[in-house]
Design a protein around this ligand. Structure first.
Ligand code: PMP
Length: 414
């Protein structure tokens, strides 16, 4: 057994060979890419699918009666089938958007404006990414809903006692919450939350931007009403994301944007809307990117989420153990159920300096508030560094991070 597979039985070197960028040098050093939670690298299968589309099967979709358009439309719609199977949804329930952010905005501006009325409450949590916070503030200011914030515990888990109180007056109509925190790594108990929301006559939207990369998601089993994610974190291209919505909800929602492809008929007096999902896909979509996302789903599905989740659990355990040996390093989040995202602070060194000095060693981590400014403040901080793992991350890279952090401490004389 090679060193690469000895840790958890996952042949990470085979996976790495699929990602051309991982053999690039950065500042003359081997790239150690620990920023997959911001955006993941792309396997050759995704790159090839996109290039093949542009070289051999490209035209606008749903418009032409010619061979190229029909082939390209087939490929585009095949990708929708792949996403539907991936989430265990029906194809009509899969709307292609630009990213998770657009998915949340779409729900806020269509479901929010049509199904919610002034005085209804929407609940988010203290650990939301701005993508699942700002759209609800906008809806609050435009439409008069109330926005309530569910507390987290110091361990970084949802506080169910607080949630009970927040729902107690019966005015909450939507719980919009992350499936996995991009800062704390916390997985939220989505089955329980969906039951809880439904028991209180509320719908649930899950922000799956992080979770969908690391574990299998079955929207029917969860009983999610809406689920959003981005292609670029799932080893697919940027520029495409997914909104899943239960069919009856999408059917009742007005369009988000008007234009070509989302209509049934148009006259100067009046237009009528196409059925979902097309009602929500105005204009020429991200054709090549959607096809690339389909290839990404094929890629991760072939590896399988049992293997992916086991590998990432092993990486996370290793990271927590190794980082615990560094004096003055504090990791954030102690949730029971957590994934491969480890944010930390280093005494006496600003997170931006940590990231800059690691970069000089070829190690890419993120620093800042990670688009979760209120959470960072809730933790009493202004910024943190964050290492995040993907299917191609090795245990050796985590050791390299630890060694790199010790060098950072030396530079700062700590
Ligand atoms: N939610 C979470 C939990 C995220 O981590 C991110 C990306 N950092 C987003 C939403 C937004 O994703 P995007 O920028 O692709 O829309």
């Amino acid at each position: 057994m090679s060193a690469a597979v000895q840790h958890d039985g996952f042949d990470v070197e085979r996976v790495r060979a699929d990602f051309p960028i991982l053999s690039e040098l950065v500042h003359g050093k081997n790239l150690v890419f620990l920023d997959s939670a911001a955006s993941a690298q792309k396997p050759r299968a995704v790159i090839d699918a996109m290039v093949r589309t542009m070289q051999t099967r490209y035209a606008n979709v749903h418009r032409g009666l010619h061979w190229m358009s029909e082939r390209c439309s087939d490929d585009y719609e095949d990708a929708r089938d792949k996403v539907a199977a991936f989430l265990n949804a029906a194809r009509e329930e899969i709307v292609f958007v630009r990213n998770a952010t657009e998915g949340v905005n779409l729900v806020a501006q269509t479901y929010g404006r049509s199904a919610l009325k002034a005085g209804d409450a929407v609940v988010i949590s203290e650990m939301e990414h701005h993508a699942n916070l700002v759209p609800w503030q906008m809806l609050r200011d435009q439409h008069g809903i109330e926005l309530r914030i569910a507390k987290i515990t110091d361990a970084g888990e949802l506080d169910f006692n607080d949630l009970q109180q927040i729902f107690a007056d019966g005015r909450v109509r939507l719980l919009a919450i992350t499936h996995m925190s991009n800062v704390l790594g916390t997985y939220t108990p989505v089955d329980r939350l969906a039951r809880f929301a439904h028991d209180h006559d509320a719908k649930i939207l899950l922000d799956g931007a992080q979770a969908v990369v690391h574990r299998a998601v079955d929207v029917r089993a969860i009983d999610a009403d809406f689920y959003v994610f981005s292609g670029h974190k799932l080893y697919g291209p940027s520029g495409v994301g997914v909104l899943y919505g239960k069919r009856d909800l999408l059917d009742a929602m007005p369009p988000f944007m008007g234009g070509g492809d989302m209509i049934s008929s148009v006259s100067f007096e009046k237009s009528t809307w196409a059925a979902p999902p097309y009602r929500f896909e105005a204009g020429t979509p991200a054709i090549v990117e959607v096809i690339g996302l389909g290839a990404a789903i094929d890629y991760v599905s072939a590896i399988g989420f049992d293997a992916i989740a086991a590998h990432e659990r092993s990486l996370t355990d290793h990271a927590m153990a190794v980082l615990a040996t560094i004096d003055g390093l504090h990791t954030l989040g102690r949730a029971q159920d957590r994934g491969g995202v480890v944010a930390f602070t280093l005494d006496g060194v600003h997170a931006h300096d940590v990231a800059t000095l690691l970069d000089k060693q070829g190690i890419a981590v993120r620093a800042g508030h990670h688009c979760a400014e209120p959470l960072t403040r809730r933790l009493g901080l202004d910024s943190t560094a964050r290492a995040s793992f993907g299917i191609y991350t090795t245990h050796g890279e985590i050791d390299a991070l630890a060694a790199g952090l010790r060098r950072v401490q030396q530079v700062f004389g700590r």
